[in-house]
Design a binder for this molecule. Structure first.
Ligand SMILES: Nc1ncnc2c1ncn2[C@@H]1O[C@H](COP(=O)(O)OP(=O)(O)OP(=O)(O)O)[C@@H](O)[C@H]1O
Ligand SMILES: [Mg+2]
Length: 383
C-alpha cells in the first residue's frame, strides 16, 4: 500500500492580493517520483517552495508524515532542494563540495563516517574517482550530479528538484533523466520534480501533476494523463492532439463532422456537446471509399520514423502521423478505432487548442518565402 508522505491541503498563495496558487490539494506518496508540470508562471516553483518551507502558504496546511509543518523552517524539514542554478563551491574539489553539509552537522560526524558517506554518494551518482577534481573543471552533467550528491548525502526523505536539467543540452538531458530515475530508485526516497517539458515528465515520473494558472488540472500516471486527459489544455500540453467539437449521441457513440463514430466513453447526457481528442498516431489512412471522413493532404514533413501530414477536413486541419507517404494534394480517407477516440467534458479551454491550421500556415509561410524572386529590390538604407 503506498503511504502518504506529504500533503498540501487547501493551499492558497497570494502575493500582494494576487492569487498565484488557488486552493491546491496534493498528496505525495513515500518513495514516489512525482512531477509538477505546466507552463511558465503556473505556480510550480511556488508549490515546491511551500513543500521546502521557503514560503508559507497564505492559507491552507502542509503535512509531513501526518504532522502539520506550516511553521517548521526549511532546515528542520527532512527535505532538500536542487535548484536549476546549482551553485557548486568552485574553490572546493568534488569531495569537499559533497562533504560540506556533513561537516556542519551537529553532533559532529567522525572523519571516517564523512569519508565513507561521501564516497558512497559519489558512487551512486557515477562520479567515483572524481573526488579530487576541481569542481570548475567538470562538465555540466557532472556538475549537476555533484549538486545532487551534495543534497542526497544528507539523507533527506524527499528531494525537491526545480528544473535541474534546464541548462543542459538535449542529449545530456536525456542521459540525466535516466540517471535521475536510477538515483531515485537506488536511494529509495521521494523525488518532487519540476519541469515544463512534457516528454521529461512522461519519461521519469510515477505521477504527473498538470498545472495551469495556479490550479491543478489533473493528477495521474503518465499513461493516464496521455490517454485520458481531463480537458483540452491537458490534451494539448501533453503530446500532439487534434481536438474537435463533438456531440455524445449515446453511450459509446459520438458525432464528429456529422458522422457517427464508436468510442469507449459513457456517462454523458444525450447529445451533450463535448471535446473530442484524437491523437495523430491513432488515425488510419485508408482508401477514400473506406474512409469515415475524407480530406486533402496539405503538408508533409518527414520526421525520420514517420511523416507528419496535415489534412484538411472541410477547413479544419488535423495532424496525422503515418509511415506511409501521401503526397500533398492527395485525397485520403481516414478511419479511427473506438479506442483512438477520447471524449472530454467541455471546459474553459474548449475551442482554444487542437487545430493545426496555424501549424500548416507556418509551412505555407516557408514555401512563400522560397517563392520570393531574387531580383526583389532592397531599399538602399538597409544595405
Ligand atoms: N515572491 C513573489 N512575489 C510576487 N509574485 C511572485 C513571487 N513568486 C512568484 N510570484 C508569481 O507567482 C506566479 C507563479 O510563479 P512560479 O515561480 O511558481 O511559476 P513557475 O510555474 O515556477 O514558472 P517557471 O516555469 O517560469 O519557473 C508568477 O506569476 C510569479 O510572477
Ligand atoms: Mg519555476
Amino acid at each position: 500500500m503506498p503511504k502518504e508522505l506529504i500533503r498540501l491541503a487547501n493551499c492558497t498563495m497570494a502575493f500582494d492580493g494576487e492569487v498565484v496558487l488557488n486552493n491546491i490539494e496534493l498528496s505525495i506518496n513515500d518513495k514516489e517520483f512525482l512531477t509538477l508540470l505546466g507552463p511558465s508562471g503556473c505556480g510550480k516553483t511556488t508549490t515546491l517552495r511551500i513543500i521546502g518551507g521557503f514560503q508559507k502558504p497564505t492559507s491552507g496546511d502542509v503535512f509531513f508524515d501526518g504532522v502539520r509543518i506550516n511553521d517548521v523552517p526549511p532546515h528542520r524539514r527532512s527535505v532538500n532542494t536542487v535548484f536549476q542554478k546549482y551553485a557548486l563551491f568552485t574553490h572546493l574539489d568534488v569531495f569537499e563540495n559533497v562533504a560540506f553539509g556533513l561537516r556542519l552537522q551537529k553532533p559532529a560526524l567522525s572523519k571516517s563516517e564523512i569519508t565513507s558517506r561521501v564516497l558512497e554518494m559519489l558512487e551512486i551518482v557515477s562520479l567515483k574517482g572524481f573526488e579530487r577534481r576541481d569542481s570548475s573543471s567538470l562538465s555540466g552533467g557532472q556538475q549537476q550530479r555533484v549538486a545532487i550528491a551534495r543534497a542526497l548525502v544528507l539523507r533527506p526523505k524527499v528531494l525537491l528538484l526545480d528544473e535541474p536539467l534546464g541548462a543542459l543540452d538535449l542529449r545530456l538531458r536525456k542521459d540525466m533523466q535516466n540517471e535521475l530515475k536510477r538515483i531515485q530508485q537506488a536511494m529509495d526516497i521521494t523525488f518532487v520534480y519540476v519541469t515544463h517539458d512534457q516528454e521529461e515528465a512522461l519519461a521519469m515520473s510515477d505521477s504527473v501533476v498538470v498545472m495551469d494558472g495556479g490550479e491543478i488540472l489533473q493528477i495521474g500516471t503518465p499513461e493516464d494523463i496521455y490517454n485520458e486527459p481531463v480537458n483540452a489544455f491537458v490534451a494539448d500540453f501533453i503530446g500532439e492532439s487534434n481536438i474537435v467539437d463533438g456531440a455524445m449521441l449515446a453511450d459509446g457513440v459520438v458525432e464528429i463532422f456529422g458522422r457517427r463514430f464508436a468510442c469507449l466513453d459513457r456517462g454523458f447526457a444525450p447529445n451533450e456537446p463535448v471535446d473530442v481528442v484524437i491523437r495523430p498516431e491513432d488515425i488510419d489512412i485508408v482508401p477514400i471509399e473506406d474512409g469515415k471522413l475524407t480530406g486533402t493532404v496539405t503538408n508533409v514533413t518527414f520526421k525520420g520514423v514517420h511523416y507528419d501530414i496535415i489534412v484538411d477536413f472541410r477547413g479544419f486541419k488535423w495532424l496525422i502521423q503515418t509511415t506511409d507517404l501521401s503526397p500533398v494534394g492527395t485525397k485520403i480517407g481516414v478511419k479511427i478505432d473506438p479506442d483512438g477516440i477520447h471524449i472530454m467534458k467541455k471546459s474553459r479551454y474548449s475551442g482554444m487548442f487542437g487545430d493545426y491550421s496555424s501549424y500548416s500556415a507556418e509551412y505555407d509561410d516557408i514555401s512563400d518565402a522560397d517563392a520570393v524572386p531574387e531580383d526583389v529590390s532592397v531599399p538602399e538604407d538597409t544595405l
